[in-house]
Ligand binder design. Structure first.
Ligand SMILES: [Mn+2]
Length: 379
């Protein structure tokens, strides 16, 4: 029995005002290509299908095409739960009518207790989905005191495990923050002020737990309790993360193996760092010069229009930082340096604008003007 575990697609996401839809489309095409040559028994998506509860129509259209291909043409069942970014009710529209076609959207607590049972070479495997929930929702559903995410999960897992059948293996889909796991910058906190952490101990009763929410692929506590990580990078902090999906294999004893299958977005998100002139030189021969970039300029002097200059070689620089301007500046010193640095600042500006340095005569003249202005200000 083999299935693919993915999560955190965030279809329709914008990054620094750039739409990522084309990159997302390219990555979904890689999943389809993989499935065509490596058939599996199911594909599971552990939440955050869309980036927003009301996604743009272009994102819905992309998801529609994907489902047509995978459930329709390839006849591979797709099992989905909503994440904290999705609108569970909207995502769950007509879910019961779509089940016979192989699209299983588990968007409420009633559906959570009715597993999707897939018959495979090792017999029946039951897929339970826990739609993303906060403690308030679980309190309302269970009519019990539930104070945080951890208690909510404990209670829901208890309810699910009452449904276990002796002849079945059990897989859980959940969208949550397992205590001790590693965060990235592109996740939205599940709870402000309260505790959103969940112990992995609750999950030990399953043969595999397909987690969503954290964007870095990782396991927690056991080999079979895993985050697949997001479809692609969604922040510069993820530049070194290996994105992809997890191929899970179960055998008659339960969990057998988990293998990372890489997915590569056409534009990578990464950070380049150096002095402007060096970065421009490097950009001329950089084969990946169309990547989405954060540029950290280490120059210590002011530069006119650095973004425009960089974009001639790196057209998708999305953000600039200038840590070089701050090196050695602490609060007291910074003030002193700014006060006496007017002539130096003007020299930088002149060089940038005119492409030549001030002559000695010009420097004397500018100095005189600056001291005159300073005297007037102090008078
Ligand atoms: Mn997410």
């Amino acid at each position: 029995m083999k299935f693919l575990h993915t999560s955190d697609w965030h279809l329709g996401r914008q990054f620094h005002n750039v739409s990522l839809l084309e990159d997302q489309q390219a990555v979904l095409a890689q999943i389809i290509t993989y499935l065509q040559s490596n058939p599996v028994d199911a594909l599971v998506i552990a939440g955050d299908i869309y980036d927003r509860s009301v996604p743009p129509t272009s994102a819905i259209e992309l998801m529609n095409q994907f489902v047509d291909k995978v459930c329709g043409e390839l006849a591979t069942p797709v099992i989905i739960i909503p994440g904290n970014h999705d609108g569970a009710q909207r995502l769950g529209f007509a879910a019961s009518q779509m089940k016979p076609s192989g699209l299983h959207i588990i968007a409420n607590f009633d559906e959570m207790l009715k597993p999707v049972v897939i018959t495979s070479d090792i017999g029946e495997v039951a897929f339970y989905g826990m739609p993303y929930n906060d403690p308030e929702l679980v309190r309302h559903y269970s009519q019990q005191a539930v104070k945080d995410h951890d208690q909510a999960h404990q209670l829901l897992v208890e309810k699910i495990s009452e449904q276990f059948q002796p002849q079945q293996k059990n897989v859980l889909l959940s969208h949550c923050f397992v205590d001790g796991a590693i965060e990235s910058e592109s996740e939205r906190p599940l709870s402000i002020g309260g505790s959103d952490r969940v112990s992995h101990e609750h999950f030990r009763v399953f043969d595999y737990v397909a987690l969503g929410h954290l964007h870095q692929p990782q396991k927690k506590g056991e080999e079979y309790i895993r985050y697949s990580g997001s479809l692609m990078k969604y922040s510069f902090s993820e530049q070194h993360q290996a994105k992809g999906m997890t191929l899970v294999e179960l055998d008659s004893n339960g969990f057998k193996s988990a293998t990372h299958i890489p997915l590569t977005a056409p534009h990578q998100m990464r950070i380049i760092e150096g002095e402007l002139a060096d970065l421009i030189e490097q950009g001329k021969t950089d084969p990946n010069n169309h990547d989405y970039l954060l540029a950290r300029l280490m120059d210590k002097h002011a530069i006119l229009d650095p973004m425009e200059k960089l974009r001639k070689v790196y057209p998708n620089v999305l953000h600039l930082e200038k840590p070089g301007m701050l090196i050695g500046v602490d609060q007291q010193m910074g003030k002193a340096r700014l006060a006496r640095g007017e002539l130096d600042m003007f020299k930088d500006f002149f060089l940038e604008a005119k492409q030549e340095p001030l002559t000695a005569e010009q420097e004397t003249a500018v100095s005189a003007i600056i001291s005159q202005l300073t005297r007037e200000q102090e008078a």
